[in-house]
Unconditional design. Structure first.
Length: 135
Protein backbone atom coordinates (compact mmCIF):
# COMPACT_ATOMS: atom_id res chain seq x y z
CA UNK A 1 0.00 0.00 0.00
CA UNK A 2 2.82 2.41 0.89
CA UNK A 3 4.51 1.67 -2.43
CA UNK A 4 1.30 2.44 -4.32
CA UNK A 5 0.88 5.79 -2.53
CA UNK A 6 4.54 6.62 -3.06
CA UNK A 7 4.34 5.73 -6.75
CA UNK A 8 1.16 7.78 -7.22
CA UNK A 9 2.62 10.82 -5.51
CA UNK A 10 5.82 10.62 -7.59
CA UNK A 11 3.83 10.34 -10.80
CA UNK A 12 1.81 13.36 -9.77
CA UNK A 13 5.01 15.33 -9.18
CA UNK A 14 6.11 14.94 -12.79
CA UNK A 15 3.36 17.31 -13.93
CA UNK A 16 4.37 20.01 -11.47
CA UNK A 17 8.04 20.38 -12.39
CA UNK A 18 8.83 24.10 -12.31
CA UNK A 19 10.06 25.78 -15.47
CA UNK A 20 13.68 26.69 -15.82
CA UNK A 21 14.65 30.32 -16.20
CA UNK A 22 15.42 29.69 -19.87
CA UNK A 23 11.98 28.14 -20.50
CA UNK A 24 10.34 31.05 -18.71
CA UNK A 25 12.24 33.56 -20.90
CA UNK A 26 11.26 31.65 -24.05
CA UNK A 27 7.60 31.65 -23.00
CA UNK A 28 7.70 35.39 -22.31
CA UNK A 29 9.38 36.05 -25.66
CA UNK A 30 6.73 33.99 -27.46
CA UNK A 31 3.93 35.88 -25.66
CA UNK A 32 5.57 39.23 -26.50
CA UNK A 33 5.96 38.20 -30.14
CA UNK A 34 2.28 37.19 -30.37
CA UNK A 35 1.14 40.50 -28.88
CA UNK A 36 3.29 42.42 -31.37
CA UNK A 37 2.03 40.40 -34.32
CA UNK A 38 -1.58 40.91 -33.18
CA UNK A 39 -1.02 44.67 -33.43
CA UNK A 40 -0.10 44.21 -37.08
CA UNK A 41 -3.12 41.95 -37.70
CA UNK A 42 -0.83 40.01 -40.04
CA UNK A 43 -0.95 42.87 -42.55
CA UNK A 44 2.84 42.91 -42.77
CA UNK A 45 5.11 39.96 -43.45
CA UNK A 46 6.19 38.77 -40.02
CA UNK A 47 9.07 36.90 -41.62
CA UNK A 48 11.02 40.17 -41.96
CA UNK A 49 10.69 40.86 -38.23
CA UNK A 50 11.51 37.25 -37.34
CA UNK A 51 14.60 37.21 -39.60
CA UNK A 52 16.02 40.24 -37.78
CA UNK A 53 14.88 38.93 -34.40
CA UNK A 54 16.97 35.76 -34.84
CA UNK A 55 20.10 37.93 -35.01
CA UNK A 56 19.30 40.92 -32.78
CA UNK A 57 16.82 39.38 -30.34
CA UNK A 58 14.54 42.23 -29.28
CA UNK A 59 11.27 41.70 -31.13
CA UNK A 60 9.68 44.88 -29.81
CA UNK A 61 12.46 47.21 -31.03
CA UNK A 62 12.65 45.47 -34.38
CA UNK A 63 8.87 45.59 -34.83
CA UNK A 64 8.74 49.26 -33.76
CA UNK A 65 11.42 50.20 -36.30
CA UNK A 66 9.83 48.01 -38.95
CA UNK A 67 6.48 49.73 -38.42
CA UNK A 68 8.14 53.11 -39.00
CA UNK A 69 9.92 51.78 -42.11
CA UNK A 70 6.65 50.29 -43.35
CA UNK A 71 4.99 53.73 -43.12
CA UNK A 72 7.69 55.26 -45.31
CA UNK A 73 7.65 52.73 -48.17
CA UNK A 74 5.09 51.22 -50.51
CA UNK A 75 6.95 47.94 -50.94
CA UNK A 76 8.58 46.75 -47.70
CA UNK A 77 11.39 44.24 -48.19
CA UNK A 78 13.98 42.60 -45.99
CA UNK A 79 16.74 44.29 -48.00
CA UNK A 80 15.01 47.66 -47.91
CA UNK A 81 14.65 47.41 -44.14
CA UNK A 82 18.43 46.93 -43.82
CA UNK A 83 19.11 50.09 -45.85
CA UNK A 84 16.49 51.99 -43.83
CA UNK A 85 18.12 50.88 -40.56
CA UNK A 86 21.54 52.06 -41.74
CA UNK A 87 20.16 55.46 -42.80
CA UNK A 88 17.75 56.07 -39.94
CA UNK A 89 19.12 54.25 -36.93
CA UNK A 90 22.55 52.66 -37.07
CA UNK A 91 24.42 55.42 -38.94
CA UNK A 92 21.88 58.23 -38.85
CA UNK A 93 24.54 60.82 -38.01
CA UNK A 94 26.37 60.12 -41.30
CA UNK A 95 23.28 60.83 -43.35
CA UNK A 96 22.24 63.82 -41.21
CA UNK A 97 25.61 65.44 -41.98
CA UNK A 98 25.24 64.72 -45.69
CA UNK A 99 27.53 61.65 -45.87
CA UNK A 100 30.19 63.78 -47.54
CA UNK A 101 32.69 60.89 -47.78
CA UNK A 102 30.15 58.33 -48.98
CA UNK A 103 30.65 56.01 -46.01
CA UNK A 104 26.92 55.40 -45.52
CA UNK A 105 26.45 54.70 -49.22
CA UNK A 106 29.40 52.30 -49.06
CA UNK A 107 27.83 50.48 -46.07
CA UNK A 108 24.57 50.05 -47.98
CA UNK A 109 26.25 49.05 -51.25
CA UNK A 110 28.49 46.49 -49.52
CA UNK A 111 25.82 44.90 -47.30
CA UNK A 112 26.00 41.67 -49.33
CA UNK A 113 29.55 41.15 -48.00
CA UNK A 114 28.37 41.58 -44.40
CA UNK A 115 28.06 38.24 -42.56
CA UNK A 116 25.21 39.48 -40.36
CA UNK A 117 23.26 40.69 -43.39
CA UNK A 118 23.83 37.35 -45.14
CA UNK A 119 22.52 35.51 -42.06
CA UNK A 120 19.42 37.72 -41.89
CA UNK A 121 18.74 37.20 -45.59
CA UNK A 122 19.18 33.43 -45.23
CA UNK A 123 16.75 33.41 -42.28
CA UNK A 124 14.28 35.53 -44.23
CA UNK A 125 14.36 33.27 -47.28
CA UNK A 126 13.85 30.20 -45.08
CA UNK A 127 10.93 31.81 -43.25
CA UNK A 128 9.34 32.84 -46.56
CA UNK A 129 9.62 29.28 -47.88
CA UNK A 130 7.99 28.00 -44.69
CA UNK A 131 5.22 30.59 -45.08
CA UNK A 132 4.57 29.48 -48.65
CA UNK A 133 4.23 25.85 -47.53
CA UNK A 134 1.70 26.88 -44.89
CA UNK A 135 -0.59 28.33 -47.57
Amino acid sequence: MILVLLANSCLGCVHNIPKTTEQYKQDLAAEEREKIFNVYNNSVPNSIILAYEKIYGNTFDIAKNYLQYNKETDNPTCDGFWAWLIKNLWHKDLFDKGDEFGIGKWLIDNRFNDKIYQEILKNYELLEKMRQYEK
